[in-house]
Design a protein around this ligand. Structure first.
Ligand SMILES: Cc1ncc(C[n+]2csc(CCOP(=O)(O)OP(=O)(O)O)c2C)c(N)n1
Ligand SMILES: [Mg+2]
Length: 405
């Protein structure tokens, strides 16, 4: 099964009809959303990169539905579906793609940096393998608090070759952290097939030597994914030991929007498309009498209408104000001067002037500026305007010559 589209037959239990319908609705929403996101990218409405997970919807929905609301989910740059499955409104996900203020990361992250703390979706990361140590940190915090929370960390087959994979699984096993690692084996790391980038292709076994046992699920089947991830999450919650799951799936589209796909044949894609998880699940629900053909049609129409609304919402949302450019970021003082600048000049040996300026800034940072900010925020003033005003005054005051460093 790992590298071919055939599934192994398993006995699979359908959930309650209401849940089954919700899973179908969510898978359909993700599919329609991503198709439209691709169109919007082609029309230059979306900047940067765009990675679609069309074909991987059963992996996303089956795994996320195995979580409780208090559990955490963290994924990669291929994460529109993860935001949607956790309940982030499609309007805010689309606005994020468009770089607008109503995006779930306020338009500052774009496609690769979805984030929704209120729904415990911890992002969206552009660095391959970069989310694994963060997941371990989240799980460590959950453990430290004595909570029952579990973290589900999804990443790609390619990421399983990163140093962070070994380092994180080792520590997670050693410290008995409540984290489920899930490698979404979609058969490729960019244009490199699994067998050409990983010495071990049976990915569920890749954590064994690190003390992390593995399980495998058919990531093209939402029922199997749900069953296996549920079992893993329950075990991790109970036993306080990490597990690794390999979800075997396939991405039907290119790695990102600019991918000539010369590394695979059309036949191979067509063979996997025969197992398209979305019609497979919809047909199962019709066969089992959970929905009828009309209902299936309506689910699709509703998803399309919701995505239409999301596009309109994103179009209507403004871009972030230019004055907010430096909100939430640290910048080097030599480049931009302000209370938010990170000191560098004072670190240079023998640079007396730099040290003097750094001292002045440190002094300012210690007292005046944060207090002014706190007061401004407490008075309910618009935080961005206040911050900008304080930054201007602070920079002038701290450096004497308006330089601040
Ligand atoms: C540390 C790092 N190295 C390289 C890249 C470039 N890169 C982006 S996606 C990708 C492939 C990762 O493949 P996989 O982990 O299987 O995830 P998938 O794209 O299939 O979801 C690479 C190498 C990166 N973003 N980060
Ligand atoms: Mg991959």
């Amino acid at each position: 099964m790992p590298t071919s589209p055939e599934s192994s037959p398993r006995s699979q239990q359908l959930p309650e009809p209401e849940r089954a319908r919700e899973w179908l609705e969510t898978m359909t929403l993700i599919r329609r959303f991503e198709e439209r996101a691709g169109e919007m990218y082609a029309r230059a409405k979306v900047g940067g990169f765009l990675h679609l997970s069309i074909g991987e919807e059963a992996t996303i929905v089956g795994s996320a539905r195995a979580l409780r609301e208090q559990d955490y989910l963290i994924s990669t740059y291929r994460s529109h579906g993860h935001a949607l499955v956790r309940g982030t409104p499609p309007e805010n996900v689309m606005a994020e793609l468009f770089g607008r203020v109503d995006g779930c990361s306020r338009g500052r992250g774009g496609s690769m940096h979805m984030f929704d703390l209120s729904r415990r979706f911890m992002g969206g990361y552009g660095i391959v393998g970069g989310n694994l140590p963060i997941a371990a940190g989240i799980a460590l915090a959950s453990d430290y608090k004595g909570s029952e929370e579990v973290t589900l960390c999804t990443f790609g087959d390619g990421a399983s070759n990163q140093g962070t994979f070994g380092e994180t699984l080792n520590l997670a096993a050693l410290w008995r952290l409540p984290v489920v690692f899930m490698v979404t084996n979609n058969q490729f790391g960019m244009g490199t097939a699994l067998g050409r980038h990983s010495a071990v292709t049976d990915l569920q076994r890749k954590g064994e030597s690190l003390g992390v046992p593995g399980l495998r699920c058919d990531g093209m089947d939402v029922l199997d994914t749900y069953a296996v991830v549920s079992e893993a999450v329950a075990r991790v919650r109970e036993e306080r030991r990490p597990l690794l799951i390999e979800a075997v799936t396939y991405r039907f589209r290119g790695h990102s929007m600019a991918d000539p796909e010369q590394y695979r044949s059309k036949d191979e894609v067509a063979r996997w498309r025969e197992r398209d998880p979305l019609p497979a699940f919809a047909e199962l629900l019709v066969r089992e009498g959970v929905i009828d053909a009309d209902e299936r049609e309506r689910v699709d129409e509703r998803a399309i209408a919701r995505v239409d609304a999301a596009v309109q919402f994103a179009e209507d949302s403004p871009f972030p104000a230019p004055a907010s450019l430096y909100d939430d970021v640290y910048v080097l003082d030599a480049e931009v001067r302000g209370w938010y600048s990170v000191e560098t000049a004072g670190d240079r040996a023998g640079d007396a002037l730099g040290e003097e300026r750094a001292d002045a800034r440190r002094q300012a940072a210690n007292d005046e500026i944060p207090q002014q900010l706190t007061q401004a925020l407490a008075a309910g003033e618009d935080s961005r305007e206040s911050a900008a005003a304080v930054a201007r005054d602070g920079a002038a005051g701290a450096g004497g010559d308006g330089a601040g460093g």
